[in-house]
Design a protein. Sequence first.
Length: 215
Amino acid sequence: MSFMVSTDRMLAFAAMSFLLIVIPGPSVLFVIGRALAQGRRAALTTVAGNTVGAYMLIVAVALGIGAVVERSVLVFTVLKLVGAAYLVFLGVKAWRERGSLQPTFTGVGVAQGGLRTFWEGFAVGVTNPKTIVFFAAVLPQFVDRSQGHVAVQMLLLGLVFNIIAVASDMAWGMVAATARDWFARSPQRLSLVGGIGGLAMIGLGVTVAATGRKD
């Protein structure tokens, strides 16, 4: 098909995506925080939401909205601060609820709904500054405009990015959830790790808010 991305471009984009993904950013650290605070299922649900959120960014870039975000300092800043504030909010919430993790883990309490966890992951994925910049500034560079169907090429490249991201995020989540299982044998340990997960999200939110643009 004429609009398919060449193998060379696909591999080059996959390599660059891998380098970006393996360096823990907001999405990875959020998944780890969720895994430590709520366990394996919450981590995987967060990954799913995060992935959908990230792909919405790809769709936005393919439709031309990404260029607006990249060129507008105001739009970029607003998105960044919204994402940062949301991370801090979730981190504070996890910290406050750290003492009630044992009943949830053992099935006695009421766990947070999967749909809510999914949408929280989605919110983090769609407001991730690192991903916004990557998709807006880097993704278009791998499109062969002479082949036409630019939007379709971007969507295909974005799919490659998401496949790599899902594999990486799930691996991080599983490792963190496994470590949590050890902590869960003791209410004190579980409370500690829940608090750490909350503090990590708060710290992440502050870091995201302080992240500037290389303009």
